[in-house]
Ligand binder design. Sequence first.
Ligand code: SDX
Length: 430
Amino acid sequence: MSHTVTITDNKTGKQLECPVHEGTYGDPVIDTSALNKELGMFTIDPGFGITASCRSSITYLDGEKGILLHRGYPIEQLAGQSTYLEVCYLLLYGELPTETEYDQFRAELNERNMVHEHLERFYSGYRYDAHPMAMMIGVTGALSSYYHEAMDLDDPLDRDLTAKRIIAKMPIMAAHCYKHSVGHPFVYSRDDLAYVENFLNMMFSVPMRDYEPSAIAVKALDLMLILHADHEQNASTSTVRLAGSAEANPFACITAGIVTLWGRAHGGANEAVLNMLGEIGDIKNIPQFIARAKDKEDSFRLMGFGHRVYKNFDPRAIIIRKACHDLLEAVDTVDQPLLDIAMALEEIALKDDYFIERKLYPNVDFYSGIILKALGIPTSMYTVMFSLARSVGWISQWLEMMEDPDFRIGRPRQLYIGAEKRDYVPIDKR
Ligand code: SDX
């Protein structure tokens, strides 16, 4: 017998049997698509907290158990044994690549690791101190002007080519944002360097000398990218899907994702964490900030704490917390005091009833900023780094949506609570 849920309207006595669909894991879903036709109603779920927008095979997360799987592989195993570029392949194609497949993938990315020379001119329109996320929005949006007419959204090969272009060009555009902000010449991508080494070289090499990153820095950044690669239907991914459902240019859809990620409640939190730790300044000031976070009259929230889904530890935070410690032990940095404040803040918050009752735990952003700072990446670049990592998640979810048999334009409804119908009154009669 198929599983259904009956909705009864106790005003009319009318009933509707709604099919229930089970996934591989996770809570089953109720298909309410017949609700309006049969009972003349909509559903409402502000913030889509319990609304499944799609069927997806890419990522599964369980907020209560702190589980995160990418194509079935636990994040802990990918963090410990894989690389960001291999995770890109996995997210895009659903399987871990063979050595031959991986080499072919890298070679195809290398064929696309240049941006049109004219793109450089977009950067010069920004002040040197423009926020790098504002620059990323501008240049990624501009990319849609180079790949528009020639791209056939209905051709799977063109869609795959778009994905490879995004993965190959995002690190270049991200590094250029930093170079523009420090007034250094832009550095070209290099085929002979692996993904993270290539990115760090584009960030930090100068004409007088190449940049030799330490192995631990490369490992820490690769880990940070893996941990931010995809995260189910979060706000920015949902934006990319909604823009993509209108069959917008995919580079413009990715730009919409960057715009959404910039929000401090979302990807902007890693930058906000470092600014908050800097504002706290000393462990003795922590109690007053905890009090502000609890004060309903104060809009201040503890950045890096809480999560829409994880109501237990964010598994990514556990992984990155250890990498944070390892890196700061190995890399002589002045940022130890910041980590000390972060550790003390975490300890105090996790013992405080307010946070315990609301299941507010450190999320991945609480630590990622400290790793980036230890790597010499400026705070203003943190959300750019997040958008770099997440670009593969966005484009993988976009590809999945474009191939979905249920593909249709997204169009939520509303509960209208505005004025009743009334007639226009000429201004001299008001
Ligand atoms: C990311 O969705 C994803 O997957 C996102 C992400 C990804 O990989 O894509 O994981 C990346 O965005 C991580 C989250 C980064 N954001 C922050 O660290 C910003 C600080 N966090 C909060 O803004 C907040 O926790 C959210 C936005 C993350 C979650 O908001 P919710 O689920 O809407 O939480 P809520 O507003 O329902 O909070 C429930 C209670 C409220 O108090 P009460 O009304 O019950 O008294 O907890 C309180 C909130 O005021 N609360 C906080 C808090 N977060 C929630 N109080 C103080 N500090 C906080 N950080």
